[in-house]
Design a protein around this ligand. Structure first.
Ligand SMILES: *Cc1c(COP(=O)(O)O)cnc(C)c1O
Length: 377
């Protein structure tokens, strides 16, 4: 097989299609600041994400930061450390204090049974993550939020296009933040969006992403610059045309991995929730002790064959250097355990079935080696 299998690779539309899409920009000279492409992509996403309220952003991270700002939150935000660093940074950079709740050992999403004990007089919001596209326990989170009058902001960066009970995931909570980064299932090179419930919030997001400017001579708030430019929006428009095919190809890869790895002793895969329509963004595998070979050994063995996997998410965010030991990762033991045992395997639409077979063969060989001390079985 060919070496250099990356963990992910951006899906590219046919080059001609993109060139065709951006031609107008040489006529209009309108290349950023909510031009025509921006409007088109926004309206297409309203339909695709099944949400009347979609605000485009420059990336997923600023979607989170500006949503927190637009909600005028203060104090503490309950979240999970089992996520990309952006989630935690967005909270801290907004002057808020993250309070880390452990995750469920099977779905890796926030453990709703542990939320209430973390609520104090200072808690203003819950910021859960649909990690790997595993949809959180939405009903229970909403019940708790209603009981304590808290906002709910989902980090939905992994769950583009997913539905839960036949509704777009962005329809739940007060807001959901998506990322359209090149490595995500759907991308606009860099980009993001917020689906929101409340119209006032939408208005604030709209001016916050443009320095807080809400009229020719009026600056309403201390905003940032988080506008999506026209070249990115054009890439989004092209990629959206191919999204169903993209997800179907990923689904095939997911199935193929499962055909090799499901039921193998010491290997834990995602249990599918029948109420969720997945986007197959990631293929996380947890290697438990009974597997024999450790996560790091498997990572190294694959790397020797030119196959890049990721220890995603390791380290967890409450143990990062930059937080100067402000948090204690041992208080979120499930997240800590998973971070030390998980490996996300390569998945992208043009990864071949042969490559998947080869990756699994290397993994299973590691198991035979550790169980029998030989590769000859
Ligand atoms: C990608 C990602 C982000 C940040 O999105 P960007 O578009 O890269 O800024 C935030 N949270 C999670 C969980 C992500 O995967």
């Amino acid at each position: 097989m060919s070496v250099n299998v990356l963990v992910t690779r951006p899906s590219m539309p046919p080059m001609d299609e993109y060139i065709e899409e951006i031609k107008d920009l040489w006529e209009s000279y309108w290349i950023t600041n909510m031009g025509e492409k921006h409007q088109i992509l926004q309206s297409q996403l309203k339909s695709y994400l099944q949400s009347d309220n979609v605000e485009l952003m420059v990336n997923g991270h600023m979607s989170l930061e500006l949503t927190l700002q637009a909600m005028k939150l203060q104090g503490e935000v309950i979240t999970t450390p089992y996520t990309f660093v952006s989630t935690t940074h967005a909270i801290v950079r907004s002057g808020l204090t993250p309070v880390f709740c452990d995750v469920d050992p099977d779905t890796y999403t926030i453990d709703t049974e542990k939320i209430e004990m973390l609520i104090t007089d200072y808690t203003s919001a819950i910021l859960p993550v649909h990690v790997y596209g595993n949809v959180c326990n939405i009903e229970e989170i909403q019940r708790i939020a209603n009981k304590y009058d808290l906002k709910v902001i989902y980090d939905a960066c992994h769950s583009f296009g997913e539905t839960y009970h036949d509704k777009g995931v962005g329809a739940y909570g007060d807001a959901s933040c998506f990322s359209f980064h090149a490595t995500k299932v759907f991308h606009s090179i860099e980009g993001g969006a917020v689906c929101y419930r409340n119209q006032e919030l939408g208005k604030r997001l709209e001016y916050l992403k443009n320095f807080g400017i809400d009229g020719p001579e009026s600056v309403q708030d201390i905003g940032a610059n988080a506008k999506m430019n026209e070249f990115s929006a054009a890439m989004g428009i092209c990629n959206l045309r191919h999204i169903e095919e993209e997800i179907q190809k990923r689904k095939k890869i997911d199935c193929r991995y499962r055909s090799h790895l499901e039921g193998v002793k010491g290997i834990k895969l995602r249990q599918e929730d029948k109420n969720v329509q997945y986007n197959y963004a990631y293929f996380p595998v947890v290697f438990e002790k009974e597997f024999g070979a450790t996560r790091n050994e498997i990572f190294d063995a694959l790397a020797r064959e030119g196959i890049v996997t990721r220890k995603y998410f390791y380290p967890i965010t409450n143990s990062l250097e930059c937080y100067h030991r402000r948090f204690d990762a041992t208080k979120t033991p499930n997240a800590l355990y998973i971070s030390k045992h998980v490996l996300t395997l390569p998945i992208y639409s043009d990864l071949s079935i042969d490559q998947v077979d080869c990756i699994c063969e290397i993994i299973l060989k590691m198991q035979r080696k550790s169980l029998y001390g030989t590769l000859e079985h």
